[in-house]
Design a protein around this ligand. Structure first.
Ligand code: NAD
Length: 358
């Protein structure tokens, strides 16, 4: 089969980690008889330098003509100060999610067996294993509601951010979560604050309705404050965790931290029709850019997610994940991870080791 992949290498360590991910894809293509055609797409700080805006005209169209998008990272101190939205790298990230209709953000938090020691939780907790999928609603809620600032008569200035969720928005993310659970551990934990928020009460109503349609999937409601606690007390209880935008923003970072290094965690943003966008959860790490120090594993595991969720190539995805686990099991690591000094490697060498295992 032939697949078209848009590559947004971006800024900082983005080009380095995407470069290694492409080498891995090329090995997968050769081994399994696929063809991956790459289209480079300029976005982020490098696009500001080249054409004066972080999200050049035609970016969405180019991406939509592909089957999936792989993104390294965008941004950096060089472009952090502009007040003009088109000259800010983050604008490009929000725009592409919106233009591609990517309403579901999937972040697996998996404690890889070889890295149990890197888990900041108690050993007996880590030993139970962590393998959960955080499903965050990405295009609704308080981050997209009306923002206001106004003067009151007696309390000085006031600001407000409106949080709204529609039935449609809740139902489509809920379905994603139940469908994913069917492919995994068959359990959905829906996180809300239904004891306080009206949006959460609607959220819960719709989730209960959906739960009846998926009787083979176990379902539970979890209040967001309790979920934050349970993630550090016993994360092994979770399989798929689904939640709204802001709760998901916070909880997915917490879930990431308990599995060790930021350089290891992939993510996917998907919608109904447009190509999915796959990216490491880390940023452009300007402090180590260009030094062959960046860990490419999060981007390589993002490729595994792309193979699994956009191309339905489960065997190929499994092979990439197994190759990563095999390299880690031998003790090879980049500088962001703990390990013996004689097994410390750079970005390129880590990519090469993973390709060899494949
Ligand atoms: P960051 O994730 O870039 O870096 C945080 C720390 O983790 C740094 O010390 C960095 O060296 C380290 N790190 C990150 N990725 C690593 C990797 N693969 N291997 C080894 N070490 C790694 O976060 P930040 O410093 O807050 O942000 C830097 C820039 O990235 C900012 O401009 C920010 O806006 C941008 N950013 C972009 C995205 C994105 O493109 N999706 C996401 C987050 C941040």
């Amino acid at each position: 089969m032939e697949y078209k992949i848009a590559l947004i290498r971006g800024d900082g360590i983005g080009p380095e980690v995407v470069g290694e991910a492409v080498k891995v894809m090329d090995v997968v293509a050769a081994k399994y008889g696929h063809t991956f055609r790459y289209t480079d797409v300029l976005m982020g700080g490098c696009a500001i330098d080249a054409v004066g805006k972080s999200y050049p005209d035609g970016t969405a169209e180019t991406c939509k003509a592909c089957d999936a998008v792989l993104l390294g990272a965008v941004g950096g101190p060089k472009w952090g100060h502009s007040t003009q939205p088109e000259k800010r790298p983050e604008t490009a990230l929000l725009s592409i999610r919106k233009d591609l209709g990517l309403y579901a953000n999937l972040r697996p938090a998996t404690l890889r067996p070889a890295l149990a020691d890197a888990c900041p939780l108690r050993r007996e907790t880590a030993e139970k294993g962590i393998d959960l999928m955080m499903v965050r609603e990405l295009t609704g809620g308080v981050y997209f509601g009306k923002r206001e600032r106004y003067m009151t008569e007696d309390r000085g200035e006031e600001a407000s951010d409106r949080m709204a969720y529609s039935e449609l928005e809740i139902e489509r993310i809920g379905r994603r979560a139940f469908e994913l659970a069917r492919l995994r551990g068959k359990k959905v934990s829906s996180v809300d604050k239904a004891n306080v928020l009206e949006t959460s009460r609607l959220w819960r109503e719709i989730m209960h309705r959906l739960a009846k349609e998926y009787p083979d999937v176990a379902y539970e409601d979890v209040l967001v404050d309790n979920c934050a606690m349970q993630l550090v007390r016993d994360p092994s209880q979770f399989d798929v965790v689904v939640t709204e935008n802001m709760f998901g923003d916070i909880l997915s970072d917490e879930a990431s931290m308990i599995t060790g290094s930021i350089g290891l965690l992939p993510s996917a943003s998907i919608g109904d029709t447009a190509p999915g966008l796959y990216e490491p959860i880390h940023g452009s790490a300007p402090d180590i850019a260009g030094q062959d120090k960046a860990n490419p594993i999060a981007t390589i595991l993002s490729v595994a997610m792309m193979l699994r969720y956009s191309f339905q190539l489960a065997a190929e995805a499994d092979a990439v994940e197994r190759a990563v686990d095999a390299v880690l099991a031998e003790g090879w690591h980049t500088a962001d991870m703990a390990g013996d000094a004689d097994k410390l490697v750079g970005t390129v060498q880590m990519g090469r080791l993973i390709c060899e295992k494949l």
